[in-house]
Write a protein that binds this ligand. Structure first.
Ligand code: P61
Length: 461
């Protein structure tokens, strides 16, 4: 480099296979979203042009992963691929024992059933839909102990996933440590907008929980993305490899649930990782009831091989820089266009601030659900509601939960779309933003009991 200007970077891969996508006409999109009850989860994928519903299971696998798929050992018991997976988890994450599951919620189900008793409280750094539901189904109550800044979309705190230690200690003192089976710590907190926890905060949580002898269970779904932000933002980590930061994060916790469909670059899979031998034995016994034998837990041998390789690739410096970099690129573009988004831009998606974009809609008029439907109408871009619909109802009162954050998530799959796709997305968001005053809200038409956002149907008001 001849001067101090930042040089452009590009994706650290080239494309070997393509999957055609196309945009259907405006009339067809109108018909499709109406038939889907204005719920983007109910659209058919063939009717979507750029699919930013989720980064879950939507990543492109590498040639090495596909080669690994050919080495699937589909033995019912003792598959060679399980041992490769176990080795990768021990090497990169440092947990002693592994129970594979079909995906993240399989692991959440087991840890909740094994550790939570009726009347327990589970503190965590913001809720996640499936995590909280499994805690409730086990008889527990989730308690949010994230810092207040996390609930403010405009607050620029660099580590919005940090735990408020006072909130946590007050809860422990109020309920008593024996009512708190574990503290649930997520890295790269999804519902806050993909925000990281700092290493120093995690260390403080560890010290506090050690004093009360309470374990930490880590939702490590996006741990590498969190580690990348630590490298970027936390003093003393600028020269530390992401893989070492990941290892250090895990070493501060006692076990983890993993949806491998995100960070770990596979289309299906997950696991429960534990250091405690006795708990592990119980989980190993439980997995045969709900998932499959303890050496496959609902995954095919080939899936476990792809996952073992995906874990290795997920902590590669070039990969993680390009992955988070692409999300930042879209976010910066939208900020430049004046569109209100959650700040700082998160790790796995850009979160539009629907409350601010559609201030004329009350939360009962479902601003984020409405905005997601409008985005689809404009250019066939599929996004996800993360607001009052996702927050569900209070199990005690049956009333809607009204979260401060009323967001639409533009989630970027890993290694799938190009910067040109990001440009198209930004232009579509801008077009919808310009027509925002003409947008009218939605009302529930059908609402299922569990995780209602997946299957609810809506009607125009
Ligand atoms: C997602 F609308 N996430 O972000 P499973 N923990 C965390 C996750 O992000 C996560 C799981 C546990 C999804 C899929 C999804 O409300 C929703 O492998 C931090 O999906 O079972 C999943 O892992 C669960 C979308 C899940 C949702 C729940 O798109």
């Amino acid at each position: 480099m001849t001067d101090n200007r930042e040089r452009s970077w590009a994706e650290p891969y080239k494309i070997k296979m393509v999957e055609p996508v196309q945009m259907i006409s405006r009339e067809e999109r109108e018909k499709a979203i109406k038939e889907a009850g204005y719920n983007t989860f109910l659209l058919r994928s063939r009717d979507v042009y750029i699919d930013l519903l989720t980064d879950s299971g939507t990543s492109a696998m590498s040639d090495r992963q596909w080669a690994g798929m050919m080495m699937g050992d589909e033995a019912y018991a003792g598959s060679e691929n399980f041992y490769h997976l176990e080795e990768a988890i021990q090497k990169y994450y440092g947990y002693d024992h592994v129970v594979p599951t079909h995906q993240g919620r399989g692991a959440e189900h087991m840890i909740s059933q094994l550790m939570i008793d009726d009347g327990d409280f589970v503190p965590g750094n913001m809720y996640f839909t499936t995590t909280k539901l499994h805690q409730e189904l086990a008889g527990g109550t989730f308690v949010d102990v994230i810092i207040d800044e996390a609930h403010d979309p405009e607050n620029e705190h660099p580590f919005k996933a940090n735990v408020d230690l006072n909130k946590l200690e007050d809860l422990i003192k109020e309920k008593g440590p024996d009512k708190i089976p574990y503290v649930s710590i997520a890295t790269s907190v999804n519902m806050a907008g993909g925000q990281p926890i700092s290493m120093s905060n995690l260390k403080e949580v560890r010290e506090l929980t050690n004093r009360y002898d309470i374990p930490i269970i880590h939702d490590m779904t996006r741990v590498a993305e969190n580690a990348y932000f630590i490298k970027q933002r936390e003093e003393g980590y600028g020269d530390t490899p992401v893989k070492d930061i990941v290892h250090e994060i895990c070493s501060l916790t006692d076990g983890a649930t993993m949806s491998a469909k995100k960070d770990a670059l596979v289309n299906i899979g997950g696991f429960l990782a534990l250091n405690d031998e006795e708990l592990f034995r119980k989980a190993q016994n439980m997995v045969v009831v709900y998932e499959g034998l303890h050496t496959y837990g609902g995954m095919a041998g080939r899936d476990m091989e792809a996952l073992a390789i995906g874990i290795t690739e997920s902590v590669d410096e070039d990969h993680i820089r390009a992955r988070v970099g692409q999300v930042q690129y879209l976010g910066e573009k939208l900020i430049d266009m004046g569109v209100p988004v959650v700040r700082p831009i998160g790790s796995h998606g850009v979160f539009l601030n629907a409350k601010k974009i559609l201030p004329h809609l009350s939360q009962d008029e479902l601003p984020a659900q409405t905005l997601a439907a409008e985005l689809y109408l404009d250019a066939g871009i599929r996004s996800m509601e993360r607001g009052v619909v996702s927050a569900g109802r209070d199990p005690e009162t049956g009333k809607h939960n009204y979260p401060d954050l009323e967001l639409v998530r533009l989630t970027i799959p890993r290694r799938v779309y190009t910067q040109a796709h990001m440009d198209v997305v930004a232009e579509s968001v801008e077009a919808v933003y310009q027509q925002r005053e003409d947008i009218t809200g939605l009302a529930f038409d059908y609402e299922p009991e569990y995780l209602r956002f997946f299957q609810s149907r809506f009607k125009k008001r």
